[in-house]
Ligand binder design. Structure first.
Ligand code: HEC
Length: 212
C-alpha cells in the first residue's frame, strides 16, 4: 500500500516536471502548444471566393470564380442625389423624343434661385448659339455660320420641358448632346431658365396692346 502511494507520488511529480519543462520555450513570441488553433487565428476567408460546400477542404479550382451574386437587373445604386443618379431610361429615338414630351417632368421646382442658376449655365453653355435672349442669334450663328436654332419665344414657344431635357441629353439635329458637360440636375436648371425665355417679350407685347 505504502509502495503504491509512493509510486503514485513519484509518477505525479514526474508528470508535473515534464509539464513544467515542456512549457519552457526559447522563442518568446511562440504561443506554445495550441490546443485549438482556430481560436487563436481565425481562418482568412476571402469574401468573394467560393470555397465550395465542404467546409474543411478548399476547392482550389473554385478560388478564381466570383461567388457573390450580381445585382438583379434594373438595380439602382443607393444615392443621396436622386436627380443626378436616377437613370434616364427613355431611348434616343423619335418615339423616345415624343414620349419624353408627354411623360418627363422636371424634378425641380422653378424657384427664382433655380432659374438664376439656370441662367448662369445658359450664359456659359448656350448663349453662343441661342443668343442672349434666346432668339437663335448668338455669335456662333451670326459670325460663324452655324445653323440657327429657332427663337425660344416663337418656333419653340410650346416645346415641353421633357423634350428640352431629352434634346440636352442626346442632342438633336445641329445641336450636340450636353450630357457630358452638364449633370442631370444642371440640365433641369437650364431648362427652368429656357422656359422663362419661351415667354420672353410677352410683358412688353401686353404693354403695347394696352397702349393701342
Ligand atoms: C452649337 C450651337 C448650340 C449650342 C451650344 C446649344 N444649342 Fe440648343 N440648339 C441648337 C440648334 C441648331 C438647335 C435646333 C436643333 C434642331 O431642331 O435640329 C437647338 C435646339 C435647342 C432646343 C430645342 C430642342 C427641341 O427639342 O426642339 C433647346 C431647348 C435647346 N437647343 C436648348 C439649348 C440649351 C439649354 C443649351 C445650352 C446648355 C444649348 N441649347 C446649346 C444649337 C445649339
Amino acid at each position: 500500500m505504502k509502495n503504491t502511494k509512493q509510486y503514485l507520488r513519484a509518477a505525479f511529480a514526474a508528470l508535473l516536471f515534464a509539464a513544467v519543462l515542456s512549457s519552457c520555450i526559447r522563442d518568446e513570441q511562440s504561443p506554445g502548444y495550441e490546443y485549438m488553433p482556430d481560436m487563436y487565428r481565425s481562418p482568412a476567408i476571402e469574401a468573394y471566393v467560393d470555397y465550395g460546400e465542404i467546409r474543411d477542404t478548399i476547392r482550389y479550382e473554385k478560388m478564381h470564380q466570383i461567388s457573390a451574386r450580381k445585382p438583379v437587373e434594373g438595380t439602382i445604386a443607393y444615392s443621396d442625389n436622386a436627380v443626378n443618379d436616377m437613370p434616364y431610361l427613355i431611348p434616343n429615338t423619335f418615339e423616345g423624343y415624343e414620349e419624353a414630351g408627354q411623360k418627363v417632368r422636371s424634378p425641380l421646382e422653378s424657384t427664382e434661385e433655380i432659374v438664376n442658376q439656370g441662367k448662369k449655365i445658359y450664359t456659359d453653355f448656350c448663349i453662343q448659339c441661342h443668343g442672349k435672349e434666346g432668339q437663335g442669334n448668338g455669335p456662333v450663328v451670326e459670325k460663324g455660320g452655324h445653323p440657327a436654332p429657332q427663337p425660344f419665344n416663337k418656333g419653340l414657344k410650346d416645346l415641353p420641358e421633357g423634350k428640352m431635357f431629352h434634346t440636352l441629353t442626346y442632342g438633336k439635329g445641329a445641336m450636340g448632346s450636353h450630357a457630358s458637360q452638364l449633370t442631370k440636375e444642371e440640365r433641369w436648371k437650364v431648362v427652368a431658365y429656357v422656359k422663362t425665355l419661351q415667354h420672353h417679350g410677352e410683358e412688353e407685347e401686353q404693354e403695347e396692346n394696352k397702349q393701342d
